[in-house]
Design a binder for this molecule. Structure first.
Ligand code: FUL
Length: 498
């Protein structure tokens, strides 16, 4: 506001000078008119292009597979490193993994290439502790290669997990490990397997291991400085300009149970990453755009064991609502078994989840419907119809001094409503602090549907924000959204009704 006032005063002053001087220069050459479309100023921080691409991926798979799969452990740091523990009797069926994930509606997949045990599931030059020296068909296995090729077949994005903690490497804890082992591994993964959309690093760090021999404890590693994240991230971006880096361009959501905070800001501060108390809700005044990723298991463990059971499709669906529906992305672990297959019950529930997502969130009944707003920003570009035009690059906005506003969507007839999905135009920064949603049959009397705080990239609201059951929904013709508070003028790019 202050800034704009200054610009207008400048404009007036320049106009005065111009008149006095005999109108030699047209007004539109002056800096005060450099925003003819009245585009809102960004509210920082704002996402980079690769963060936007990542956010729009929304839902993707994770797979933990390696020596732990054969021994039945989760970390594998409790025994002497033995590459023969990785003993596939047949080639892992990575096509089947990716196919199952694709059937759930996932748009990408991140595969564990090295877990905390340090075993590399590709023929790396960085250590002998890799597939070349495993048992069975191991020497023919190259997991990132097989998964990346399967991802291409299903039109899925591809990403890798490399554990920084390495419980078997003799150099772990020295600079040599970072430059000659970890960075080498990252470089191989960034250069040999095509485009990456995400690289996962994990916060687990030091502790008990067999660092090159007998059991030793290394607990003094300061993960904030030891790995030289800044330079590692720069190197990654040079090799993979479209790849977002864990802990630097997105944050862990703070739990492994599959939910984001109902209030969820994408803004955050780098130091908080290591404190881990605010991850779930983010920080309204955080200086960096560091959105949340929810990581969760389809079973109760990260690695496969014989007696594990998959969560039901309804449970997985709820996780989706409480992550993607709360301004986070969702990475869902599906652990292949020791035969290299995704277990039947996981495949079945992923397929059912895909069906639920299509049935319940696949048909937007507000698309193309009439929207009337109580106020619209001056200019040609901010009409309320942008909210239902199915175009993520257009948005409704209010004037700069208006941090609230309402609009009504007319569905044309009474419809059964289960969810209202809201999206901000976050390229200009996350803004909304609170909102309500009401429904009506006559556009006169209104019933409360749900109330919320943040929106961000995406917020899916069920009736009363109750995600625990699908319920009967509400019958109504009109949906009114009231943005009741925002950091600056709200910019709403999309509202869908299901
Ligand atoms: C955790 C790790 O310690 C688990 O083993 C797993 O990889 C999970 C995704 O992150 O912090």
């Amino acid at each position: 506001m202050h800034f704009r006032m200054k610009r207008y005063s400048l404009l007036l002053a320049l106009a005065g000078i111009t008149l006095f001087a005999g109108a030699q220069e047209p007004l539109d050459k002056h800096p005060a008119t450099d925003n003819p479309d009245n585009i809102p100023y960004p509210v920082f921080p704002v996402p980079s292009d690769r963060q936007m691409d990542w956010f729009e991926t929304e839902f993707y798979g994770f797979s933990h597979y390696g020596p732990n799969t054969f021994v039945g452990t989760e970390w594998g740091n409790d025994r002497k490193p033995n590459p023969k523990e990785y003993a596939p009797s047949q080639m892992p069926d990575c096509d089947q993994w990716v196919k199952a994930m694709h059937s759930a509606g996932m748009r990408g997949m991140v595969v564990v290439c090295k877990h905390h045990d340090g075993f590399c599931l590709w023929p790396t030059e960085s250590t002998d502790f890799n597939v070349r020296n495993g048992a069975g068909v191991s020497p023919q296995v190259d997991i990132p290669l097989m998964v990346s090729e399967a991802c291409k077949r299903y039109g899925m994005k591809f990403g890798v997990y490399v554990s920084p903690w390495d419980a078997s490497n003799p150099h772990y804890g020295t600079d040599k490990y970072v430059t000659d082992v970890l960075l080498k591994q990252i470089t191989e993964l960034c250069t040999n397997y095509g485009k990456l959309f995400e690289i996962w690093f994990d916060g687990a760090n030091g502790g008990n291991g067999y660092y090159g021999g007998d059991s030793i404890t290394r607990k003094t590693i300061d993960k904030r400085v030891y790995y030289d994240w800044e330079n590692i991230a720069d190197s990654i971006h040079k090799m993979q300009p479209g790849c977002v880096v864990w802990g630097r361009e997105f944050r862990w959501c703070g739990n492994e149970d599959g939910y984001s905070g109902k209030t969820c800001w994408s803004n955050f501060n780098q130091e908080e990453i290591y404190i881990e108390t605010k991850n779930n809700s983010g920080m309204e005044d955080g200086l960096l755009f560091l959105p949340s990723e929810v990581d969760v298991r389809t079973t109760s463990k990260w690695f496969w064991t014989e007696d594990e059971k998959s969560k039901t499709a309804e449970q997985l669906y709820r996780i989706y609502l409480e992550s993607v529906g709360r301004n986070a992305t969702l990475i869902m672990n599906c652990a292949p078994d020791k035969y290299g297959k995704m277990p039947d019950d996981i495949v079945e529930n992923l397929g059912k989840l895909g069906v639920l997502l299509k049935q319940r969130l696949g048909n937007d009944i507000a698309k193309g419907k009439l929207v009337v707003a109580d106020k619209v920003r001056k200019g040609q570009l901010f009409d309320a119809s942008n909210i239902t035009d199915d175009n993520k690059d257009t948005y409704w906005a209010t004037d700069d001094c208006d941090n609230s506003g309402s609009f009504v969507i007319d569905l044309g007839e009474v419809r059964n409503i289960h969810y209202v999905m809201l999206q901000e135009y976050i390229r200009l920064g996350q803004r909304v602090r609170s909102f309500t949603i009401e429904t009506s049959n006559d556009n006169i009397t209104w019933q409360m549907f749900a109330a919320g705080t943040t929106i961000g990239y995406k917020r899916i609201m069920a009736e009363n924000d109750d995600t625990s059951r699908y319920g009967n929904g509400v019958n109504a013709r009109y949906v009114r959204v009231n943005i009741t508070d925002s950091k600056s003028c709200p910019l709403i790019s999309n509202v869908s009704v299901f």
